[in-house]
Design a protein around this ligand. Structure first.
Ligand code: 2DT
Length: 201
C-alpha cells in the first residue's frame, strides 16, 4: 500500500538484565539522535503512569500480591494502552527509544500478538552475577540474583538472529559508540519507508 513507502520514526528497543546499562544508554541515544536533529522520545515499559502501570508498580514494590499470570497480562495490557500512541508517533516521524518492551519474561504470550514489532532490538549482554556486583539493585521484587538468572535464560530462548547483542561489560563510551552506529542505520532505513509490522506475525 501507499503508506508502506512513507518516512517514519524507528521503534528501537533496549533489553537486558537489571543493571545492564539500558537506562543510561537509552538516554545517551536520545541525546545523540536529538543532537543530529532527529525527532526522538524515550519510552519505557512498564509505563507506571497509567492505571494498569500503577497496579504493576505496586506489585513490583511488594505493596500488592498478584498471581504470575495476572501480572503477565497486566504487563501486556500496559503495552496495549500505549500501542496507538506508539503508532501515531512513529508515523509522524518520531523515533522511539524503548527501555524494555515485550521480551522480558512472559513476552511470548498470546496477548502480545498484534503489538508493533521493533525495528531493532539491542540486547545489553551481561552475566547475572556481574550485574549483581554493580551498585544498587533497587530492592524491587525481581531484583534478585536467582530471578535474574531465570530471566537471562528466558532471553536466551526468546532472542533471535535479528537482535544485536552488545557486550555490556565494555567501557560505557565504547558501548555508546556501538549503539549509535547501529541505531543510526536503523533510523535511516525507517526514514526511507520500511513498513511497520506486528510482533509474532
Ligand atoms: P524497570 O525496573 O525497568 O522499571 O522494570 N517486566 C517488565 C516484566 O516482568 N515484564 C514486562 O513485560 C516488562 C516490560 C522487569 C520493572 C520490572 O518489570 C519487569 C523489571
Amino acid at each position: 500500500s501507499e503508506s508502506n513507502s512513507e518516512s517514519r520514526g524507528a521503534l528501537i528497543v533496549l533489553e537486558g538484565l537489571d543493571r545492564s546499562g539500558k537506562t543510561s544508554q537509552s538516554s545517551n541515544l536520545l541525546k545523540y539522535l536529538e543532537g543530529l536533529g532527529h525527532s526522538a522520545e524515550l519510552w519505557r515499559f512498564p509505563d507506571r503512569s497509567t492505571d494498569v502501570g500503577q497496579m504493576i508498580s505496586s506489585y513490583l514494590t511488594n505493596k500488592s500480591q498478584l498471581d504470575d499470570h495476572t501480572v503477565h497480562i497486566l504487563f501486556s495490557a500496559n503495552r496495549w494502552e500505549k500501542r496507538s500512541l506508539m503508532e501515531t508517533k512513529l508515523k509522524s516521524g518520531t523515533t522511539l527509544i524503548v527501555d524494555r518492551y515485550s521480551f522480558f519474561w512472559g513476552g511470548f504470550l498470546a496477548p502480545e500478538d498484534g503489538l508493533l514489532a521493533p525495528d531493532l532490538v539491542l540486547y545489553l549482554d551481561i552475566q547475572p552475577e556481574k550485574a549483581a556486583e554493580r551498585a544498587g539493585y533497587g530492592g524491587e521484587r525481581y531484583e534478585q540474583l536467582e530471578f535474574q538468572r531465570k530471566v537471562a535464560r528466558c532471553y536466551e530462548v526468546l532472542r533471535d538472529a535479528s537482535w544485536k547483542i552488545i557486550d555490556a561489560c565494555q567501557p560505557m563510551e565504547d558501548i555508546e559508540k556501538q549503539l549509535q552506529e547501529i541505531v543510526l542505520d536503523c533510523v535511516t532505513i525507517c526514514q526511507k519507508g520500511k513498513p511497520l509490522s506486528n510482533l509474532w506475525s
